[in-house]
Design a protein around this ligand. Structure first.
Ligand code: SF4
Ligand code: SF4
Length: 474
């Protein structure tokens, strides 16, 4: 049973809970930042080595503004040296908002009777996916509330449906999942239909706070959630995403909690999580939380820079919860993925209301730009927007690690694939102005290739896209 965690027993050492809040607080309380220490830690990260919990604690305790600037500059340098100019785009799609839990911070909580409850029918789902494809999206994350209806069979069926939808030249090439924890059999089922990443956020790594904000429902069980991605690993899903909801508890503790989670994965499975998300609490229908821990913009941008330095090879995901200005700053710290053209209302991609309706959403979003606007702005800012799914489709696993550690990987694979997927977008979906600017950007980036053989191959593929071929990659 997936919804009866009290029936599970920890038989496997690997699935034992690994968060010790006393240990984490001791590390934070013993970390004393000095100019020398902070500089040394930044230098360690820039030499492509992951930071320890103790080193990260020094950074989270740094308040001297000059040093904070150095931390942010360090994150920018790392981004420039390692990640280049491409940024991968995706869109979230809410499949159903039934929920049996009562999370204090979420509009979908079971006790919220003013919330409209919707589960997309097969036809609804097809319509939403078509609408997304018609804007140029290629990568989705499907989001589900926690409810017996959204069992592994249901999730698997919805994934299969999404992969089948083709609208004009559009198709979804990678479906990621954000759903409740499953048991090992459940994870095997969803793996079998070809999902990309399975994402589950712990919300808070502080067990007492966790109990306070998860008032009732299965989600109250801290350890069932904490060990969920271990079960995913056991089921063969090694592409997992972790995250914390910033604003529930002290942000410094949560940064270390995330890092502890990464350590656990690396120690047990020899591979870290694929991505880390760091959503910040936003207004929601019937929001009911302790506002003491809300994270201001200065701390938020600082914590993202610290995460970048702490785990230099893990993908960072930034979402439309954040307003455009904060997104623009944080992207300079090497965020690898952002969502674009996001609508989180149920059926929101076909029945879009001009003003956000708090009784239809899990929380409010602060970046309402369309995908086209985002593409335009990214191009203007010199970023290469990418819809690349090459590694996943070629079975190249551990892609974020490869980007980071395999010399030349980004130049040889990510950057060209970004150009190819951008060219597809420009041909199929962009207006004339974006098309001109986009091809100009591609031209500028082609100059960086002095290996003539490779450049010829890339140019050949770009020409093929101009005459109608699609889905070309390295
Ligand atoms: Fe349900 Fe998820 Fe919202 Fe909690 S956060 S109430 S589990 S939809
Ligand atoms: Fe990601 Fe691989 Fe594409 Fe690079 S080539 S953007 S690592 S999928």
């Amino acid at each position: 049973m997936n919804y009866q965690p009290e029936n599970y027993s920890i038989k496997d050492e690997r699935m034992k809970p690994f968060i010790d809040s006393v240990e984490i607080w001791n590390i934070i309380n013993n970390a004393k930042p000095t100019r020398e220490k902070v500089k040394k830690i930044i230098a360690k990260s820039l030499s492509k080595r992951r930071l320890s919990l103790e080193e990260t604690a020094v950074l989270v305790n740094t308040t001297d503004l000059e040093l904070v600037k150095e931390i942010k500059d360090g994150a920018r340098v790392l981004k420039e040296r390692v990640y280049g100019q491409r940024i991968v785009l995706f869109a979230p799609l809410y499949v159903g908002n039934l929920c049996i839990n009562n999370c204090a911070y979420c509009g979908y909580k079971a006790s919220n009777k003013s919330m409209e409850r919707v589960t997309l029918t097969n036809n609804d789902l097809v319509q939403q996916v078509k609408a997304l494809e018609d804007t140029g999206q290629k990568r989705l994350i499907l989001v589900y509330g926690e409810h017996p209806k959204y069992n592994p069979d249901f999730i698997a069926e919805t994934v299969k449906t999404v992969y089948k939808v083709k609208s004009g030249p559009g198709e979804i090439r990678r479906v990621n999942i954000n759903a409740a924890p499953l048991d090992i059999e459940g994870f095997k089922k969803v793996k079998s239909v070809g999902i990309g990443t399975y994402q589950i956020f712990q919300e808070t790594y502080h067990p007492e706070t966790y109990k306070k904000v998860h008032l009732s429902g299965v989600k109250r069980d801290f350890n069932w959630r904490l060990t969920s991605l271990d079960r995913a690993q056991e089921a063969g899903i090694d592409d997992v995403g972790i995250g914390a909801l910033f604003g529930l508890y002290d942000w410094r503790y949560e940064v270390l909690g995330l890092l502890r989670h990464v350590n656990h994965f690396e120690a047990v499975y020899k591979v870290g999580p694929h991505t880390i998300s760091f959503p910040r609490i936003q207004n929601a229908s019937e929001l009911n939380i302790d506002k003491r821990y809300l994270v201001n913009d200065d701390d938020f941008t600082k914590l993202v820079a610290i995460l970048r330095l702490a785990v230099p090879y893990t993908g960072l995901i930034l979402t439309a919860r954040e307003p455009a200005e904060i997104r623009d700053e944080i992207m300079q710290f090497g965020v690898s993925q952002i969502d674009g053209g996001t609508n989180i209302e149920m059926k929101g991609y076909t029945e879009h209301e001009k003003n956000q309706n708090i009784d239809k959403e899990q929380f409010t979003i602060n970046d309402n730009r369309s995908l086209e606007e985002i593409m335009n702005e990214l191009i203007e800012g010199g970023y290469i927007p990418s819809f690349c799914t090459a590694c996943y489709r070629l079975g190249r696993t551990g892609e974020h690690f490869m980007e980071f550690s395999v010399p030349g990987f980004i130049k040889r694979y990510c950057q060209p694939n970004a150009m190819l997927t951008l060219a597809e977008y420009l041909q199929d979906y962009a207006n004339e102005e974006t098309k001109l600017k986009g091809y100009e950007l591609i031209k500028e980036n082609l100059v960086n290739y002095n290996d003539d053989k490779f450049k010829d191959k890339l140019e050949e593929k770009l020409e093929k896209i101009k005459v109608g071929e699609r889905d070309l990659y390295f």
